[in-house]
Design a protein around this ligand. Structure first.
Ligand SMILES: Nc1ncnc2c1ncn2[C@@H]1O[C@H](COP(=O)(O)OP(=O)(O)O)[C@@H](O)[C@H]1O
Ligand SMILES: [Mg+2]
Length: 275
């Protein structure tokens, strides 16, 4: 196709392990009469950063995550990782969905093994890695259970093990704890943060839950109501090594309130937009 090159800043190379998002817009449906879901997103996510995308329902969080994963094609702008411009899914980026996405007819172990096989690991390595990651998410003893025999939290842990086992540099998570009860969710948040500290991945975590974002992330992008834009980028200046006790910490409480107000403005705007 003959097209003039879009006038972007030179495709700044993403730092090793990081992601550069440049002027990314996305429209669903036909051009001209479609729904503009994302409007010129610019964002740099650093190596080993835990970045939360926070915003009201329908603001385009999932769309941005799927674009990062290469699951839907980038229409406008560019997404760059250390492997170059993102045009398709790749082994450096893996996703964990809200609804677990496990194969119900496979055991925990076979679910994890399946991902490893697809990623091209050899037979011996697959067995070892599968066990290591099942242990990491505390599912030791449940290797031969089927998803239907596990609680929601355990299913999501199995899904996380399957994704982590293939050792992607970049971990994409779309409201992974959204379907869990409050208590399980809290435990999973703590475990995820601990796992992230140990495995040092770049994480992009989508949520509409302010507390979850502040607890987990180093930086938070607050998105506007549709069309999604990055409205604010907030540094989470809290101890790296944080556990449940941080929830009582004044800094945590104040930051959550400040962010809550910013998100609320967007949620109110979204409601107005709907009328
Ligand atoms: N496949 C699709 N076809 C048409 N519109 C879509 C599609 N997927 C999402 N949208 C619309 O794009 C907007 C952003 O959706 P989404 O990325 O799912 O938002 P979020 O994850 O923040 O809730 C929403 O208004 C949604 O209705
Ligand atoms: Mg979504």
């Amino acid at each position: 196709m003959m097209m003039a090159a879009p006038k972007l800043k030179p495709a700044a190379e993403a730092a090793a392990g990081g992601i550069s998002i440049r002027e990314v817009s996305h429209t669903y449906g036909r051009a001209g009469q479609g729904v503009l879901a994302l409007d010129r997103i610019n964002l740099d996510i650093g190596d080993c950063e835990f970045h939360a995308l926070l915003g009201p329902s329908g603001c385009g969080k999932s769309t941005l995550l799927y674009l990062l994963g290469g699951f839907i094609p980038v229409q406008q702008g560019q997404i760059i990782t250390e492997n170059g411009v993102v045009t398709a899914p790749g082994p450096d980026r893996s996703i964990v969905f809200q609804n677990f996405a496990l194969f119900p007819w496979k055991t925990v172990k076979d679910n994890v093994l399946y991902g490893l096989k697809k990623a091209g690991f050899g037979a011996e390595e697959r067995v070892k890695r599968a066990q290591d990651y099942i242990d990491l998410v505390h599912l030791t003893g449940f290797e031969n259970s089927y998803p239907s025999q596990l609680s929601g939290g355990m299913q999501q842990r199995a899904a996380i093990a399957r994704t982590l086992a293939i050792d992607p540099r970049i971990l994409l998570m779309d409201e992974p704890f959204g379907a869990l009860d409050a208590q399980t969710r809290r435990v999973m948040q703590e475990e995820l943060r601990a796992i992230w500290r140990r495995t040092r991945k770049t994480v992009v975590f989508v949520t509409h839950d302010v507390q979850e974002a502040v607890f987990l992330a180093d930086r938070i992008s607050i998105m506007s109501a549709r069309p999604g834009r990055i409205q604010h980028i907030i540094d989470v200046d809290l101890p790296k090594d944080r556990g449940e006790e941080i929830l009582e910490d004044q800094r945590f409480i104040q930051l959550s309130e400040q962010i809550w107000r910013l998100v609320r403005e967007q949620a109110v705007a979204a409601t107005r937009g709907a009328h």
